[in-house]
Ligand binder design. Sequence first.
Ligand code: ADP
Ligand code: ZN
Length: 525
Amino acid sequence: MPAAIIAEPQETPLDLLKRVYGYEAFRGLQADVIADAMAGRDVLAVLPTGGGKSLCYQIPAILREGVGLVVSPLIALMADQVDALKALGVRAERLDSSMAFEDKTEALNAAARGEMDLLYLSPEALATGLAGRLSQLPVSLIAIDEAHCVSQWGHDFRPDYRALGRLKEMFPGVPRMAVTATADSRTRDDILAQLDLREPHTHVASFDRPNLALGAEPKGGGKSDRVIALVKAHKGESGIVYAATRDGTEKLAEALEKAGIPALAYHAGLDAEVRAERQRRFLLEEGLTMCATVAFGMGVDKPDVRFVIHADPPKTLEAYWQEVGRAGRDGKPAEGYALFGPADMRRSISWTMEGDAADEVKRVQLNKTRQLFAFFNGTECRRAAVRKYFGETDVQPCGDCDNCQREPGEGYDATKFAQMAVSAVLRCGQRIGRGRLIIHLLGQAKDGFDEDMQALSTYGIGTDLSKQGWNAVFDELLFSGLLAEGGDAMRPVIIVPDADAAKALFRGETEVWLRSDPNVRKTRT
Ligand code: ADP
Ligand code: ZN
């Protein structure tokens, strides 16, 4: 083992970066975040994945007097970081429930003697008997990794992160640093409030990925044909195709292989050795397509992934950005393309509803689902939309995405039809499903069927559109949130969730655009 590193007197963060880590310069906001921590300030740093968040707290922890505590939710990632630090000669240990009592005691004793630079702990550790010992230590800095987990507005709320609100009293006067890769502005505000940071500086890096060309389209029939065509456009290149289910990954890998494209499946149902071997091949070989569930990707650092295709949509925009972000790490052009459909949105909603999260958490998740599908279905610049979602302001259209590339005037103004659909929903009492609503709009109810509704003024007003056209309008309204599905999962009914938004539509203040004329059957080249 290399000799332990103790910061040298008068050493600056940059000196330490060069001497210990062997890097020449700080990246992005690292220097600013570190300067704040060195000055004893509380900070929140929002940096994209791969942006170098860990150095932001490691360096001040090493340089400042005492031990740096790092709270992290994932034992595996903690272990990786501790091993990497030890290999550099930094004195680091972790304290988690899987460790033997003696090992914990030894680490704590070393820290008490001032012979430890960093101690990693899980949030539970702060709620146990360890807390007393920890609060006796000379602590230089407390870092809260994955800080969005403290907020139920985030996409990965963890109740045990709530305990971190007590850090301020446990360690009075010790500077705290919250870091995360994903936090929209609401989540950011909540992190500051939950952790009760003291006059914090907030640093938010740009989430732009200028080399990513993004696109999305509604699923048609023959999903695997479409995926094959998308992958074929990247002949000889490496990429990832994400699917929602294990079975889906297997089927896609098979279909790609049949089409002459080298492909492997990867999911949590495979043996650990099989998974490791496939991951190894993906990293080493060129031109391999990995058809995977989200089990694949964490810690997979392959710079020349040229495409990430979502054969099924991800869960949230946060997850989407993390997943497409695995393409083009080398800075060269790469593509992210997603297929989505109303059935995916329905499934996502019913998973949330059937889950056992608190109602308030469910509401947040449902809202995130809605935002995700509105994004996919939307006509705004993709990259600009994601950056705004993450709280950036003053963003310009990227010029590379499918929406930026679309010819002006290609969209279709469906405001009039949207007004008809929303009034039909209201007139019919928000108690029938889409199929019956379309029959109502088309005036095609059979004798004796929905007779009470045949007398309404909306009956038969929609004959300018075909049934297929109405389906496109309803998809758009559901994706954009002007309509929503209520009732139970087996018999969904269409409702108007936001009366004010509906009023704005009727007054003509809100326009509704479709990507194309809803009466023209789409053909693909
Ligand atoms: P994050 O936690 O933000 O995803 P990491 O802290 O794991 O990112 O850093 C990502 C990679 O970038 C690591 O391999 C790290 O060593 C490297 N890295 C971080 N800062 C720098 C830097 N200033 N110069 C070069 N490489 C860096
Ligand atoms: Zn764009």
